[in-house]
Design a protein around this ligand. Sequence first.
Ligand SMILES: Nc1ncnc2c1ncn2[C@@H]1O[C@H](COP(=O)(O)OP(=O)(O)OP(=O)(O)O)[C@@H](O)[C@H]1O
Length: 225
Amino acid sequence: MIELKNAGFNYGGRDILSDMTLRLSPGSFHFLTGPSGSGKTTLLNLCYQALMPTTGMVRIFEQDVRAMTRDDVARVRRRIGVVHQNCQFLDHISVRDNLTLPLAVSGRETEVDQGNVDDLLGWVGLSERGDALPAELSGGERQRAALARAIIMSPDLIIADEPTGNVDWEMAQRLIALLVELNRMGKTILIATHDLNLIRNTKSEVSARVLRINNAKLQLAGADL
Ligand SMILES: Nc1ncnc2c1ncn2[C@@H]1O[C@H](COP(=O)(O)OP(=O)(O)OP(=O)(O)O)[C@@H](O)[C@H]1O
């Protein structure tokens, strides 16, 4: 699904990621951890073609990112749902309209089925909040709305960058439970988090691999987690 081979990335000559080799197979569940500034967001960006590797190879759904046309990029992006670290929304439209925005942007507004949107809002526990404006949501509600927006296009792969960043432990567990449920439905999941307790807790629920970025290199974390 996603493959990196000796991939690296630098900003202005400074190596952020170096010699990274990784394969995400369909249906897998991965955590990505590492200290603040270690490059987690940068690596996620490589995985959905928001950044190009400066060295090595990245393949997304079997396609080399360097050989992708604009149409290819649009096609692969439709198969990936991203929950961004800062959960930005359009503030002047409702939560419900924010959720359906990805469909409208990709010319699929005819596929908007308000019944499905209601189901999705219910699934993330926001049934009563669909008509609210984003600014009226709490931190945890925003995170759940961001997850709902990421999955409205039925992506095969869900990439979440610190999806539990601004919420308490109970809400963090609820959010991760939703991602575990999506994984059980067959979705591939990649989550960046610095919260090792959350990772330990989730590993009892799902068979997850834990990757760690250390000094720009990718390692598989084991019992030392
Ligand atoms: N646009 C940019 N230009 C230059 N340097 C950048 C840019 N974006 C990020 N960096 C640097 O790249 C490094 C990795 O950043 P990144 O956001 O990937 O780390 P992170 O592990 O996700 O951090 P955090 O856990 O704090 O979100 C940091 O040193 C950061 O300062």
